[in-house]
Design a protein around this ligand. Structure first.
Ligand code: ZN
Length: 124
């Protein structure tokens, strides 16, 4: 396996940056960015897409160009659902307001906290 990838962005070689300039004299070109592999943070799962794209623009160019093919890999024909329980919990809170003297005043009020909890199907 090679220790680098060429950026997969379809327009990578057209962006006018110094990092893409190659060649000499009258034979200069803008070249697709080479992405070294095995770097420290790039191998982390969160950044693995950047093993194939030099930046977010090239990633989005790729997605725009190949969107229909990408979606066809895992088509979504029905909505999915996640069972939940909604808990509403009342609690004492405070809000601040100006009183007649132009001072801030702490006013207690009954607030409601809404929590969405997943329901594990296996436990009924
Ligand atoms: Zn690129």
């Amino acid at each position: 396996m090679s220790d680098y990838n060429w950026c997969h962005g379809p327009n990578c070689h057209t962006y006018q940056t110094q990092s893409r300039v190659r060649g000499s004299g009258d034979n200069k070109v803008l070249r697709t960015i080479k992405i070294k592999q095995g770097g420290s943070y790039r191998t982390h799962e969160q950044y693995s897409m950047f093993n194939y794209f030099c930046n977010q623009s090239c990633l989005m160019d790729f997605i725009r160009t190949h969107l229909q093919s990408i979606v066809a890999i895992a088509p979504r024909r029905e909505a999915l659902e996640t069972p939940i329980k909604i808990e509403k919990e009342k609690y004492e809170s405070y809000r601040y307001r100006h009183n007649e003297k132009g001072e801030y005043e702490r006013m207690p009020y009954q607030a409601t906290r809404t929590t969405i909890n997943r329901v594990d199907n296996d436990n009924g």
